[in-house]
Design a protein around this ligand. Structure first.
Ligand SMILES: Cc1cc2nc3c(=O)[nH]c(=O)nc-3n(C[C@H](O)[C@H](O)[C@H](O)COP(=O)(O)OP(=O)(O)OC[C@H]3O[C@@H](n4cnc5c(N)ncnc54)[C@H](O)[C@@H]3O)c2cc1C
Length: 394
């Protein structure tokens, strides 16, 4: 019997993780990625808790990730005169193991590149779900039919748009935007030199400017209603940041002066994906495309666990996607409940001076410690099956 074929859209975290497991269970996998190649560097992302570690260990990538980890970066919050006002500990920001997103993608890609087909610099343009498969049209590659199509293409997912509906139906703007520029301060450091360092962040009402961060060398977050801008016009987007941060003290004027010369600029809304269903017919979504929530906790862990569960359920159901998709959705809906609670924009950039003072005070209290613990417990709140063992025993 020929192997079931699966098209995975997106080669960042969820995509290669899913490709790894599907190939391990005997599926034939093609991954399509819009970028011309793997994107190096990027911001630091993290994994925390037993569940994340178990999945990484079962994939055989934990040691590789630990070797490339960045260390953890405390965020020191200062006022506009540079006086220290609070601290967000690196353990909260960086979890148990923190790594640059590009380094993680490279590790995951390395595990699958030999066995799975990768189509870089391409994207899906049309999907027709039929009884016998999904007919897929690409921008560049010839059209093909796959047994299943899985969208791992992030918060602005093309697969979600084609199979489930317009982005505005599922992605809620949370009243804040973030912008990154320059690589993480770890990016140019050899891995063995990535020692504990500090990022500095300064708030004005509704604004946060950070420098020297593990996320990027410059990181901005600001309150704003939805903005109308061209996604490919980076100069216009840099001007938006300059306007929003005009008049702010501290190091902001020199940061803004450097901004045009920094590469890796990226602006996006803080947004949350809410979907009643993230499986439909022969199409499913994994990671940020299905349950992304910018900066709110454990998106990377969700992506890796979601990939593990979906592939495991497909193998357990012997490829019967109707059974497997329903189980995957049920398991992940339960797991993502607590990931939905946070409001990262309001926490990181309160809208009033009083709000900023209260937030800084809160950082030093037991309430903050409890909040961190609650977040950590959510990351383990799943009854994780040992799919590889169960499947090997079948
Ligand atoms: C500034 C910032 C900091 C973060 N910090 C953390 C953190 O500390 N901890 C944490 O757990 N999470 C963090 N996250 C969230 C984390 O980055 C995501 O949850 C995680 O990357 C989700 O992985 P994904 O594979 O689902 O999607 P993404 O990483 O968004 O990847 C989507 C992939 O799909 C590709 N793609 C997009 N459109 C198409 C298309 N049309 N066709 C083909 N390919 C396409 C993209 O190029 C990309 O490679 C952070 C996010 C941001 C923005």
């Amino acid at each position: 019997m020929s192997k079931a074929t699966v098209l995975v859209s997106g080669a960042s975290v969820a995509g290669p993780a899913l490709a790894y497991w599907l190939h391990a269970y005997g599926f034939e996998v093609t991954v399509v990625e819009r970028s011309p190649g793997l994107r190096p560097g990027g911001h630091a992302i993290d994994f925390t808790g037993e569940v994340h570690m178990t999945v990484l260990e079962r994939m055989g990538v934990l040691a590789d990730i630990e070797r490339r980890q960045t260390g953890k970066t405390d965020w020191v919050m200062v006022d506009e005169n540079g006086a220290r006002r609070g601290l967000i500990p690196g353990d909260f920001i960086g979890g148990d193991v923190e790594i640059l997103r590009g380094d993680l993608a490279e590790v995951l890609y390395g595990r699958t590149a030999g066995e799975c087909e990768y189509l870089f610099g391409d994207t899906v343009t049309a999907l027709t779900d039929t009884e016998h498969g999904v007919h897929v049209e690409f921008e560049n590659a010839p059209a093909r039919t796959f047994d299943l199509v899985i969208g791992c293409d992030g918060i602005h997912s093309r697969v979600r748009k084609l199979a489930f509906g317009a982005e505005k139906e599922f992605v809620q703007h949370e009243g804040y935007y973030y912008a990154l520029a320059g690589g993480s301060h770890w990016e140019n450091e050899p891995h063995w030199q990535r020692e504990r360092a500090r990022s500095l962040g300064c708030n004005a009402p509704g604004r946060l400017a950070m420098t020297g961060g593990s996320k990027a060398s410059q990181f901005y977050l600001f309150a704003s209603p939805e903005l109308d801008y061209a996604r490919d016009d980076l100069d216009a987007q840099r001007r938006i940041v300059a306007e929003k941060f005009a008049g702010m003290g501290w190091r902001v004027p020199s940061m803004l002066a450097e901004l045009p010369d920094l590469d890796g600029f990226y602006l996006d809304a803080i947004a949350k994906v809410s979907m009643k269903n993230f499986v439909k017919g022969r199409v499913a979504l994994v990671g940020d495309s299905a349950y992304g929530h910018t900066l709110a906790g454990f998106g990377t862990g969700l992506a890796v666990v979601g990939a593990y569960v979906l592939a495991g359920e497909l193998a357990l159901a012997d490829g019967d996607h109707t059974v497997a998709f329903a189980r995957y959705e049920q398991i992940m809906k339960r797991y993502i409940r607590k990931a939905d609670d946070a409001s990262p924009g309001r926490f990181l950039a309160p809208r009033t001076s009083l709000g900023v003072r209260l937030r800084n005070w809160f950082l030093g209290t037991r309430g903050f410690t409890l909040m961190v613990k609650y977040g950590d417990s959510a990351k383990n709140d799943i009854d994780l099956k040992n799919y590889p063992e169960i499947i090997a025993a079948q």
